[in-house]
Design a protein around this ligand. Structure first.
Ligand code: ATP
Length: 325
């Protein structure tokens, strides 16, 4: 019931009377009082004013089942939430839940992800208490060839959510790195289970450095956190909710065309390496050129000295000529 009470308190900016809560949940005043006390012990600041009721003043930055279940503004993402304080990888868990029949929109969240992955087996670091590790489980009725574009859809939603909550300018390094001040604040990993012409499920893993202070030495040049760049300690659950809402909007538009035609302009306007010299780390043969934006299928257009090339995200990384960007 704590999650439901939290949700009821959040639905309004004002007060909710104890009596209304009793009626709504069909329980006694004492039961409400007890639940409110437990929430206070968990760190929620809840004010109780005679004749007016309860009012939520501040929310601690804890990720918990109750906290996440009180997320109430989304339409379908998070209808089912799977939370564990510590998990190997939220993508692996989501894949497993998908095999067991978990529904479209299932949201998997961990406070501490021990073996987070990036593309091509790279490692993604998620320290406990200061980052977000979450995965959306989707069952889209689309052609499997179009599913990789969902990474771009997610990147747009993550970018927008972080910018809204942090108040600082947030960009995207093609295809899926979210960056602030030319450093990486978030990474996205999309994985799929499919038949030749049918998608069983897609999982989109999103790692965000929220108030991570220090990074392992090898990441110090390329990684940053929202706190490091904005000085703000934003609430992780609130950020999760905001990104989920934006993702729902972008996803609906994506489904209508099954490509990124509606997003090319927006994506390019946030692309940090647009019109910059880039080095494409193609495993067959690396090459250099100028990045000219994405196509409606999410490929990167790169002008080399001899021709225009189309780069697909699957196998390559893109770097600046002298560094990460
Ligand atoms: P790139 O093309 O820039 O190499 P990628 O898309 O291949 O990126 P991802 O798969 O998104 O990389 O993420 C893995 C990489 O991100 C790691 O190799 C490491 O360099 C970096 N990384 C790992 N953990 C973090 C973190 N918490 N914050 C920022 N960067 C990280």
């Amino acid at each position: 019931m704590k999650a439901e009470i939290l949700a009821a308190l959040r639905e309004t900016d004002g007060y909710v009377s104890g009596q209304d809560l009793c009626k709504k949940f069909g329980v006694s005043r004492t039961a409400i009082w007890k639940a409110i006390n437990q929430l206070k012990i968990a760190g929620y600041e809840i004010e109780a004013v005679q004749n007016r009721g309860y009012h939520i003043v501040s929310t601690p930055d804890i990720l918990s089942e109750n906290e996440l279940r009180s997320i109430c503004k989304t339409q379908w993402i998070g209808n089912k939430i799977y939370y564990e304080p510590t998990m190997g990888s939220t993508n692996t868990k989501a894949m497993q839940l998908a095999e067991e029949g978990a529904p479209h929109g299932t949201l998997v969240v961990a406070d501490h992800q021990i073996s987070g992955r990036g593309r091509r087996g790279k490692k993604w670091e998620t320290p406990s208490g200061t980052a977000i590790a979450m995965t959306f489980l989707l069952r889209p009725e689309i052609n499997p060839n179009n599913a990789p574009m969902l990474t771009i859809v997610a990147a747009l939603a993550v970018r927008k959510g972080i910018e809204e909550k942090s108040g600082v300018k947030v960009g995207i390094k093609w295809p899926n790195d979210i960056v602030i001040n030319r450093k990486k604040v978030s990474g996205i990993l999309t994985e799929m289970s499919a038949q030749i012409d049918y998608v069983n499920h897609v999982v989109i893993g999103i790692g965000i450095n929220v108030h991570v202070h220090e990074f392992p030495e090898e990441l110090q040049e390329i990684a940053t956190s929202i706190y490091n760049e904005s000085g703000k300690r934003i609430n992780r659950s609130a950020l999760i909710e905001c990104i989920c809402e934006y993702f729902e909007d972008y996803y609906e538009v994506f489904l209508s065309s099954e490509d990124l035609s509606e997003f090319v302009k927006e994506y390019n306007s946030y692309m940090v390496n647009l019109n910059q010299s880039v080095r494409v780390l193609d495993p067959r043969e690396p090459f250099e050129g100028k990045a000219r934006g994405i196509t409606a299928r999410g490929e990167l257009l790169v002008d080399t000295w001899e021709s225009r090339r189309l780069v697909s995200s699957g196998e390559v990384s893109v770097r600046g000529i002298y560094g990460y960007i």
